[in-house]
Design a protein around this ligand. Structure first.
Ligand code: NAP
Length: 251
């Protein structure tokens, strides 16, 4: 078994996931760079140095997930941290619509069911499939923990508050997928209470990446809370939803 702690970050070949991976390697962890395109994962791992290892992982492909779990078990023998970061807002071009156009096209009355299913396949069912595949290894690793990268956009409390900016932007596709992810986070935290495995959701905030070209925060800011929660010890909380500077976010 590998001596270093091992972390898997899904969707780590770019954006917030890549920064989370960078920060965790700097803390001395071995980080598996989950990437649906292996070459892009290898390029990202090359940037981060010897503590980063590319791992082919498409969260919508059960064979890819099973192979990744098998490789982790065989090559590393442990999984201390699972960061579920991979997500999409659309199957199309991220830059084709303004945020306002995106919300309008994703209202419940008009949203394409195929588009919504595709986004939920990645953001919700993909997270569950990776959870199920990795759980046996997490259970065999003392003090392991899971961080689900959610969004304040998924908060039902904020979406229901007419004075919140989240109210008008709550769409059926992306925002509601993060609400569903929050539900899964609570269900996972409850399931794993007896095992001592912590499961928390974090919000990166509005971060400039391919997903959010207008983001006002840097990737360093966006990664900070996931990294903090990933490094909490056995006394850390479970079943929380937090942001680096806003603190606890209401579900
Ligand atoms: P991003 O730059 O678009 O990166 C998303 C990552 O997910 C990419 O590496 C992408 O891989 C990967 N991915 C997508 N589908 C995948 C699949 N089926 N299997 C494996 N990987 C897949 O977005 P980001 O802004 O860094 O977002 C990271 C996380 O933060 C997401 O969960 C997002 O919802 C959340 N978030 C972001 C913001 C923000 O303002 N940016 C705000 C709140 C929450 P490819 O390179 O192959 O496409």
């Amino acid at each position: 078994m590998q001596n270093n702690q091992v972390a898997l970050v899904t969707g780590a070949n770019q954006g917030i996931g890549l920064q989370i991976a960078k920060d965790l390697t700097a803390q001395g962890l071995t980080v598996l760079i989950g990437s649906r395109n292996f070459e892009r994962g290898e390029a990202a791992a090359g940037e981060l140095g010897p503590n980063a290892v590319a791992l082919q992982l498409d969260v919508t492909d059960q064979a890819s997930i099973s192979n990744a779990a098998e490789r982790i078990r065989k090559e590393f023998g442990r999984l201390d941290v699972l960061i579920q970061n991979a997500a999409i807002t659309t199957t199309g071009d991220h830059h084709a619509q303004t945020p306002q156009e995106f919300v309008a096209a994703n209202r419940p009355s008009v949203v394409s069911l195929d588009e919504m299913r595709a986004v939920w396949e990645t953001n919700v069912f993909g997270v569950l499939a990776v959870y199920q595949a990795m759980l046996p290894i997490l259970r065999d690793t003392p003090n392991s923990r899971i961080v689900n990268v959610s969004s304040g956009a998924g908060s039902l409390t904020l979406a229901s508050d007419r004075n919140s900016p989240m109210h008008g932007s709550f769409d059926a596709t992306y925002a509601a997928s993060k609400t569903a992810l929050n539900g899964l986070t609570v269900a996972m935290a409850i399931e794993l209470e007896g095992d001592g495995i912590k499961v928390n959701a974090v919000s990166p905030g509005y971060t400039k990446t391919r997903m959010s070209p207008g983001g006002t925060d840097t990737v360093e800011d966006g990664a900070a809370e996931a990294v903090r929660v990933a490094l909490l010890g056995s006394e850390g909380p479970t079943g929380m939803f937090t942001h680096a500077t806003f603190g606890t976010i209401p579900w």
